[in-house]
Write a protein that binds this ligand. Sequence first.
Ligand code: MSP
Length: 640
Amino acid sequence: MKRFYVTTPIYYVNDRPHIGHAYTTVLADVLARAHRTFGVPAWFLTGTDEHGQKVQQAARAAGIPPREHADRTVVRFQELWRTLGITHDDFIRTTEPRHADVVQEVLQELYDRGEIYRAEYDGWYDVASETFVTERDLRVPEGGSPADLPNIVRIRESNYFFRMSAYQDWLIEHIESHPDFIRPETRRNETLGFLRTRPLGDLCISRPKSRLEWGIELPFDHDYVCYVWFDALLNYLTAIGYRRDEDRFSSWWPATVQLIGKDILTTHTVYWPTMLKALGLPMPRTVFAHGWWLMGDTKMSKSLGNVVDPMSLIGRHGPDAFRYFLIAEMALGQDASFSEAAFVRRYNSDLANDLGNLANRLFAMIGRYLGGRLPAPPPEPAGGAEAEVWGGAQRAVGAMERALSTFELDRAVAEVIAAVRGINRYLEVRAPWTLAKSADPAPLRAVLYTAAESLRVAASLLHPVAPGRMGDLRRALGCPSPDPSADELRRWGVLPEGAAVGPPAALFPRIEAAAEAAPPPSAVPPAAETAAPAEITLDEFARVRLRTARVLAAEPVPGTDKLLKLQIDLGDERRQVVAGIAKHYAPNALVGRTIVVVANLAPAKIRGVESRGMLLAASAGPELRVLTVDGDLPPGATVR
Ligand code: MSP
């Protein structure tokens, strides 16, 4: 039976997620949802990569043990996935025993079989990527030394190596004979070019504890931990029960598609297949490397400090618009440039103008001319403008079905929007407002039904991309079932006669340029709410003592559904504050985060619970987000 196992890379817990991470996860989610729609059982795995130098360094900088740092950071990913409506079936953390224990078993087995051996290493090491590098990799300028390069250090030490070199010829052959193994073609050529032109070395899979403590200990030498990539890649197996639950494991492995960013191509198309081969396991069908989200023409990355926080866009425009933007804007496999302007352009054109307007017009006409009730389905269109508009919707179904194996969702989405434009054109051509004047109601009914039925197909195809709003739209159209199905996509006449059709509450309201430029409402309280003068002096502002605080613990205030009681650390003292944020944050979501509080607010009792200070939050409509500090600062720092 056909089935679909999709994975994302597991994300480092050294910092908060940005849109690069959100992209891979949303892409996997849309593919998983689309497969479920088309009736293919899907398993979707994501998670976090919690060992290694990067995490150890980040924890040191924060002054806490790595495990605690991982525990605090992992919730940011989990919270973002929840906000985005991600439907992963499992979330693996590499610090969990179900992973770490199996990694140790794998290491022991490969060591016993001589696939892993000990040797002296003397060479260059890139601290940033945690890899051993050759002078050739580094492209040292004439007369220079690798030691002059940032992050490059000379290392002489004993280590353990995996006999990766033994698999070079096999790997070339595998890639050549499986055109779908590495996608897109450019990435396949990149890996093949690399493999054909230079001898593959063995892979150093250990790090002495003297240099790195934070990792899975080698079972055969307690002075070493496992190299983070060797540990991390195995998550794709351990999460589905490798060596623990043979039935479950064999029902999902090999993976159908492993999504990655192009920066981790070598680890996934050279290290990973050779590891699998050594373990006697089949290869994933496809490793798909997508492009980068750029800011201008530079990669968005934490180290460059140019990352976009997805929460801000989601807070303003909702998770569906954000998901739609990511999928529609990036041509799969290529880089895409992020800007607020691009977001607004894409949103206004596809979602507000084409889709939103169509829904509004159609609902208004069904309301006005048919009393808000759907007429009986006319016969399936066989010619004319009707066949054209229904044919457009069916072409979009075909495009989405193809995207299930090519993964080119951007193309499928473009086809759906083309179908939506087709429905708008159809209404122009058939002009229901003119038909409404005729004595024969049949043509008017047929036109409105055809438009509604075609829009149902478009909404259903976009459901995996924008599940919230498209669910609303389907309901508003009178769809009999909450989730779309393959059969329903191809069938004419699904919307039942007499179904009440009502407008969904503001599907995708247009973003006005002025609204975008305005500061968030939290910064400017409406004049009516505060009797404060329009301007204040710096001295007046300085009377408010704003300080950073770290959230230590949080729990609901019993008997309320709005209040959380937070224990916070202000550096020199601990306090309790009560905040009305329980509808927006799970209690543990803020633990570990650095927030901003008004420190000199007079103490108060809220519902009988003492509160000393007030946290700052921004709200826009129903959305509310707590202000947090970008990067790490000790608690108690002054905010001004
Ligand atoms: N932990 C490793 C992956 C181990 S998988 C066994 C890792 N983590 S990461 O957090 O640094 O990156 C995870 C993914 O996010 C990578 O696929 C990477 O390509 C992707 N992105 C990070 N920045 C990105 C952009 N600016 N744009 C698109 N994706 C990018 O690597």
